[in-house]
Design a protein. Structure first.
Length: 439
């Protein structure tokens, strides 16, 4: 028996087709479950496009006003949760256009004049990433503010600085935390640089080759806050390096958060005892009632894998794509949305942990006095006060440290005579540099 053909293909593009897509094709082709997050940017871009068409006399004033009024009503429906997203309409663009047609009728079909979904989604996506960068930048600045407050509060509280996770030299807690503020500042600058580089409008590129209509790309670019239109229409619809760059910025910022999270995890152990996390940023154990686990920090550390993986995901999607647009690029949004969500959550969690944490400055001082962390000061004293070559001073200091180890005491507990037995020029002034902090 001959299969009956359906005349119900997608009315937005189905004139060429007799059969509707199979259920599986509809499922793999639809992106509305992901890209509905672009609705604000899609409506914003459509309004700018409509205004431009009216300005250029491609659309009548009456049709333009009806379209814009309809789009604003759709925005209210989505904002209030009344809008019904339909999988068979594939994506956010066609969902909005279909609803617009239901509301205003025939003029809705004129909105897509001189535009393709290719330049439409490229524009929406740039607008979304730009908005995301603005939000992440604010979150980074908030965390920087917390770190800077802690830096000032603990500017004179000593702790051991580490290399190879071994006690190295005395630093202060303020000095240690300010290093992370510096990292975050670079992260912020990277995001801002990414924003600056991507701030060009693909709108008007149409499918790939531009459009014969007398459009004004500069108008839409300026209306949407872009610096200028993209120079190439083919690159405009197919470029996703701005998204990959955004993902790199997220991954690098995540690595910095992970490093700080690792320190918090170490410092909160009984063995270190440098910090106590508040109950609101800790969890317990189902079997060990004494446990207080730094799970927020561990989750921040763990989510770094997602941020790194999302970057590799999009780079792999792009690696063999010919010009111009290919449907593979439908896979570009999910990793970007996920990285934004993951990094935003991590930045807020880190800030919350630090704002409510209690640092045990006495324990840090005690730890700074262990491990002979003032040995470098001793070597520098020998160079500056006695004129000894640094390599010789290094050897003399190593001998004195070995002596203290054998005696089981700190450097400042050694007798002057013991040190003079190694270097006779050492005087009482040496004790000025052997203590971490004068109390």
């Amino acid at each position: 028996m001959k299969k009956k053909k359906s005349t119900k293909s997608n009315t937005m593009w189905g004139g060429r087709f007799e059969d509707k897509p199979s259920d599986i094709m509809e499922q793999i082709n639809a992106s509305i479950g992901v890209d509905q997050r672009l609705w604000r940017q899609d409506i914003r871009g459509s309004i700018a496009h409509c205004q431009m068409l009216a300005k250029q006399k491609v659309l009548s004033k009456k049709d333009s006003e009806a379209i814009i009024r309809g789009l604003e009503q759709i925005a209210e429906e989505i904002e209030s949760g009344r809008f019904v997203f339909k999988t068979e309409l594939e994506d956010i663009h066609m969902n909005i256009e279909s609803r617009l047609k239901e509301m205003i009728g025939e003029p809705a079909g004129k909105l897509h004049t001189a535009r393709s979904r290719n330049d439409q989604v490229a524009t929406d996506f740039r607008l979304w990433v730009r908005d995301a960068i603005d939000e992440i930048t604010h979150l980074i600045e908030d965390l920087q503010g917390t770190l800077d407050d802690l830096r000032d509060k603990h500017a004179n509280d000593p702790m051991p600085g580490f290399t190879h996770l071994q006690a190295a030299q005395p630093v202060t807690l303020g000095m240690h935390l300010s290093a992370y503020s510096c990292m975050l500042n670079r992260d912020k600058l990277r995001f801002l640089d990414c924003r600056n580089r991507m701030n060009e409008s693909p709108l008007g590129s149409a499918a790939l080759a531009g459009t014969p209509y007398p459009i004004d790309r500069n108008f839409t670019a300026e209306t949407l806050g872009f610096d200028q239109p993209t120079a190439s229409t083919m690159d405009g619809v197919s470029a996703r390096d701005f998204a990959a760059e955004f993902l790199f910025c997220c991954a690098q910022a995540g690595v910095h958060l992970s490093r700080l999270a690792e320190e918090i995890i170490l410092w909160s152990t009984t063995q270190f005892g440098f910090v106590r996390l508040s109950d609101s940023w800790s969890t317990g154990s189902s079997i060990m009632p004494q446990k207080k686990n730094p799970d927020a920090a561990e989750l921040i550390r763990g989510k770094t894998g997602r941020l790194n993986g999302n970057l590799i995901n999009l780079l792999t999607v792009q690696k063999a794509l010919p010009l111009a647009y290919n449907k593979d690029l439908q896979e570009d949004k999910e990793p970007v949305f996920d990285s934004f969500d993951t990094l935003s959550l991590g930045l807020q969690a880190m800030r919350g942990m630090l704002e409510t944490a209690t640092f045990d400055t006495e324990r840090m001082l005690e730890a700074a006095e262990d491990g002979y962390t003032t040995a470098t000061r001793l070597a520098d004293w020998l160079v500056m006060e006695l004129g000894i070559a640094f390599r010789d001073a290094h050897h003399i200091t190593g001998t004195i440290v070995k002596m203290a180890e054998k005696k089981g005491c700190k450097l400042h507990d050694l007798a002057l005579a013991d040190m003079q037995a190694v270097e006779k020029g050492i005087t009482d002034d040496i004790f000025r540099v052997l203590r971490v902090k004068t109390r």
